[in-house]
Design a protein around this ligand. Structure first.
Ligand code: BTN
Length: 263
């Protein structure tokens, strides 16, 4: 991918600067390097391939060359207290918006931020945050979206649980990765702008509408405990409300829940 392709995205914050790399350890590593250099808010880092792509809770993220969008964004969510939580929701919202509205796919969000099509994961989002001298709060949001990973290349443990865009639609190959990356950056900026303008209800509604866990019975892993119950409410800042069979309701957030399964 060439940086010049992304020169005129005409976005407000995300994508005003876009870096393109061939092979990196992780675009999130480069994101943090850029933070240490005082990068502008909204700087995007894209790579063709990651050698050590990382997922949530120390998992690896399979990122073969030119088979997906491997992208990170540098953000400084220091305008109001809920901003970091809201940021955690817009990555998945932007991907689901892209898949539904550009490709007509039945995309949904499996809380907190896996994007799912037909029960299989097509994208994942990781949000890493650090306080630098208390403020500004620096965040690197990493998004991995599988575009065209042939079955023969998928590691055996991921085969039954992941999918990619070419599998779900035959349009993706003719459109190309850089065009999809540009659309995704624009949608990230659109949803980010709703945070800046504090259109919290719009974010909340979209978050609930895309959710595939609302009103569903789930099993969740928190440290060494497994809890079972029904999700009765969702909120981008508070997490989800789990009604357990003993009648207790607890709000649980993404940073504590290691695993969530529909039962
Ligand atoms: C998850 O589902 O656990 C999150 C996966 C996030 C993967 C992306 S790919 C681009 C960015 N760089 C990384 O090392 N990880 C994220």
């Amino acid at each position: 991918m060439e940086e010049s392709y992304f020169a005129d995205l005409n976005t407000k914050t995300i994508g005003k600067k876009v870096q393109c790399h061939k092979k990196v350890t992780s675009t999130n590593d480069l994101g943090w390097l850029e933070v240490s250099r005082g990068a502008e808010e909204g700087t995007v880092i894209l790579a063709d391939e990651q050698l050590k792509g990382r997922g949530r809770f120390g998992r690896d993220w399979f990122s073969p060359s030119q088979k997906g969008i491997w992208l990170s964004v540098v953000l400084y969510p220091s305008r109001f207290p809920e901003e970091t939580f809201l940021l955690m929701s817009i990555g998945a919202l932007a991907v689901a918006d892209l898949l539904k509205n550009k490709f007509g796919l039945p995309a949904s969000i499996r809380w907190p931020n896996d994007v799912i099509i037909n029960n299989k994961k097509i994208a994942g989002i990781i949000v890493e945050s650090k306080y630098i001298n208390k403020s500004p709060n620096a965040t690197v949001m990493g998004i991995g979206l599988n575009i065209d990973i042939p079955d023969s290349e998928i590691p055996p443990d991921l085969k039954d649980i992941t999918t990619s865009l070419t599998k779900e639609t035959n349009k993706a190959t003719s459109i190309g990765i850089k065009e999809i990356a540009a659309d995704l950056i624009c949608l990230l900026d659109k949803w980010h702008d709703k945070i800046i303008n504090r259109e919290l209800e719009t974010i909340q509604d979209a978050w609930r509408n895309f959710s595939c866990v609302m009103n569903k019975s789930v099993s969740v892993k928190i440290k060494d405990k497994i809890l079972e119950g029904k999700i009765i409410d969702l909120d981008p800042c508070k997490g989800f409300a789990l009604l357990e069979s003993n009648g207790n309701t607890n709000w649980l957030r993404g940073e504590t829940v290691e695993m969530l399964r529909l039962i």
